[in-house]
Structures are given as structure tokens and as C-alpha cells.
Ligand binder design. Structure first.
Ligand code: PMP
Length: 365
């Protein structure tokens, strides 16, 4: 029987599988699988949503102008060089569609965020994977993959799911060494959690180069993941290209209103940073003390490595923790089957994870 068939290659793309949600009705459950903030959204964002509810019969202003202005004011950026998206995933997708054609190559690091592969394949491009040692992206390995077909290099910094971080000087070396026709996409979804002076390094790199774009999100520290809101900052010519293919109303008026309120609530962001700065090192220390390796992380999650011994594996731990209402993220799809990724949660969840892991390690002996 004849039926429409997706274009060649499309059915070879594996869909992104999000972190498990908390199963309803199974007692107290902590979802620590999607790097969401334990503090929730700013109360001002919730209020803004309520206040705009009567407007939802009306289309939003298509370019999210007011939100771009609010972001511009907050970060000292030209709003004309910002583009809003339905999550930063939307910006990554637009970048791939705009710059990658059939047969073109896009490079990302071995344990880089999985969406890079998906958007590259969706655009008809060829994903090229640069090897890592010790779960940290290598600028030299990325550069060694560059050919005349390389249209984009994607780099998440900090990276998900490893939590690893390349210092600003290394990222600057990458930006400075790429051919001018290759776009460097700096995915800074977790930038706010980086507590050293590098925090806004992406902005300076965008300003210094004609081929560097930064993506950011409201899903993580701002606690608006469910509204789908992200943005890109880049040279005017890149923003112009993306705006030509952006769907006309890709950001809802609800998301815009909440985003404007959230970006104005600096105290809420500070509280989230303070919470993370306290619990990230605590979890890393406590979990290491149980004899498990954790990858050094600067983000709001940590990757925990489990032994390969039957009964003690990551899959065993995943079952053990899930049964206790602690939902972590299996990262086998990243080629990290020995790991589980744990989002920094509220205090009770963090303490419950450590207690459960201690029990797991004890039982597995
Ligand atoms: N980049 C990275 C590195 C991420 O971890 C995520 C969220 N999983 C995203 C981008 C996309 O986030 P969002 O679309 O919610 O902005």
C-alpha cells in the first residue's frame, strides 16, 4: 500500500527521550531527572501568568520584543541581536536548519548534549563526533574534526550530562581557531550556575567574532521549563537568518510574560545559585565517600559512575532509587551506561538520595 514516506534518513533518527517523570500515586516522589530547579519559578512569574490570562485569545507579538528588551537590559545586550525560541532546543533547531544542508557536517563532543545529533540529522547533515578523554570536551579534538564541510560546531558549556566545563580561555581558543565560515554555537543552558568569573564569557565571545552564537534558556535556573522559553544571542547576520525561518509565533504570550517577570527577579536567581553552591559540593562529597565516582560538575547536576559488578550497576541503582521515589536520569543514550545523572534537588531529596545510595552500596556488598 502506498503512503507518504519521510525523506531518506529520517527514520534512522532516534527521538530524544526525556528524563523519566515522577510516577503519580506512588508516595513521595522526587524528580531529579531533568535538571529542573528545586526552587520552582519566581512567584513574580506566576503572578505575571495570572495577570495575562485574559489575553490568550490574542496572538502574541511575533518577535517577543518586550522580552528581548528585558533580556537586553538584564545582560547589557542589543535586543535586535537576540532571538527568542520555544526553549533553547528551538534555537538549536533553527541554527541547524539555517546553516546545515544535505551532506554538510556538524561537530560536537563525544558526551555532548544529544539534541546536537538530532538537529543535525533533521537538517540532513552529517554528525561528526570529537572524542573526549575524562568526560571533558577537547578543543584540539574538536578542531581536528573540522573540514571544509563543517558548518557548525556545537559546544555545551557547562555540558549536559557530564557537568564538565571548559575555561573561557579554551573556548576563546576554539572560537579563534575555527574557519570564519564555521559557526560556533555556545550552548550556555547552565551558565548561571558557573560561579567563577567566567559566567558571562559567552557574550564577550559573540561580540568578538562574526561566527559565534550563544544559546540560553529559561528552563533551568529560572524554573520555566514547562513554558518552553529560550534565546539566542549572535551577530546580526545570524539572527536575521534565523528570523527568516522562525515560525511566526514561536513563543507564547504566556511564556513571554512569565519570562519578563522572571528575569526581573534577580533575588530568586541568587537564591537558586546559593542553593546549588551549597548542595552540589555536598552531594559530590557524600556520594564519593560511599565509594562511587562522580564527575566534577559546575552545573546543577552530577554524573555518578557505578561499578559494572552485577547487582551494583547503574541500572540496578536506578531500579533501587526509583522504588524509593528517587527518579534519576539514565544516560545510556549518551554512551554513559555506567552512569546515572542526578539533579541537585531540595534538601530532603538530596539527603534521601545519599541515604538510599548508602543503603544500595551496603546491600550490594
Ligand atoms: N542545552 C542543554 C545543554 C540542555 O541540557 C538542555 C536541556 N536538556 C537544553 C539545551 C534545552 O533546554 P530547553 O529547550 O528547555 O531550553
Amino acid at each position: 500500500m502506498m503512503r507518504p514516506v519521510p525523506r531518506p534518513g529520517l527514520l534512522a533518527i532516534d527521538a530524544y527521550v526525556p528524563g523519566k517523570s515522577a510516577a503519580p500515586g506512588s508516595g513521595r516522589v522526587y524528580k531529579l531527572s531533568a535538571n529542573e530547579t528545586p526552587l520552582g519559578p519566581s512567584p513574580a512569574a506566576i503572578e505575571a501568568l495570572r495577570d495575562m490570562a485574559h489575553e490568550i485569545a490574542i496572538y502574541p507579538e511575533g518577535s517577543s520584543r518586550k522580552l528581548r528588551e528585558a533580556i537586553g537590559a538584564r545582560h547589557g545586550l542589543d535586543p535586535a541581536r537576540i532571538i527568542m525560541g520555544a526553549g533553547s532546543d528551538n534555537i538549536l533547531e533553527l541554527l541547524a536548519l539555517a546553516y546545515i544542508g544535505p551532506g554538510d557536517e556538524a561537530i560536537y563532543s563525544q558526551y555532548g548534549f544529544l539534541e546536537y545529533k538530532i538537529v543535525t540529522l533533521a537538517a540532513g547533515g552529517v554528525p561528526v563526533v570529537a572524542p573526549e578523554t575524562n568526560y571533558i570536551a577537547s578543543v584540539d579534538a574538536l578542531l581536528a574534526c573540522v573540514t571544509e564541510k563543517t558548518k557548525i560546531v556545537f559546544l555545551a558549556n557547562p555540558n549536559n550530562p557530564t557537568g564538565s566545563y571548559l575555561p573561557a580561555a579554551e573556548v576563546a581558543r576554539l572560537a579563534g581557531s575555527l574557519p570564519p565560515q564555521t559557526l560556533l554555537v555556545l550552548d550556555a543552558a547552565y551558565a548561571e550556575y558557573v560561579t567563577n568569573a567566567d559566567y558571562e564569557a559567552g557574550v564577550a565571545l559573540v561580540d568578538a567574532h562574526d561566527n559565534v552564537v550563544m544559546t540560553r534558556t529559561f528552563s533551568k535556573i529560572y524554573g520555566l521549563a514547562g513554558l518552553r522559553l529560550g534565546w539566542g544571542y549572535g551577530p546580526a547576520h545570524v539572527i536575521d537568518a534565523l528570523n527568516r525561518i522562525r515560525s511566526p509565533f514561536n513563543v507564547s504570550s504566556a511564556a513571554s510574560a512569565a519570562g519578563i517577570a522572571a528575569i526581573d527577579d534577580a533575588a530568586h536567581v541568587q537564591a537558586a545559585i546559593a542553593h546549588n553552591s551549597k548542595w552540589l559540593p555536598w552531594l559530590a562529597r557524600e556520594i564519593s565517600a560511599l565509594g562511587l565516582d562522580v564527575l566534577p560538575s559546575v552545573a546543577n547536576f552530577i554524573a555518578i559512575r557505578f561499578p559494572t559488578t552485577p547487582g551494583r550497576t547503574a541500572a540496578d541503582a536506578d531500579r533501587f532509587l526509583t522504588a524509593r521515589g528517587l527518579v534519576l536520569r539514565a544516560v545510556g543514550a549518551y554512551g554513559m551506561g555506567e552512569f546515572l545523572r542526578l539533579t541537585i534537588g531540595p534538601q530532603e531529596a538530596n539527603e534521601a538520595v545519599v541515604a538510599a545510595l548508602a543503603e544500595f552500596m551496603q546491600e550490594a556488598k
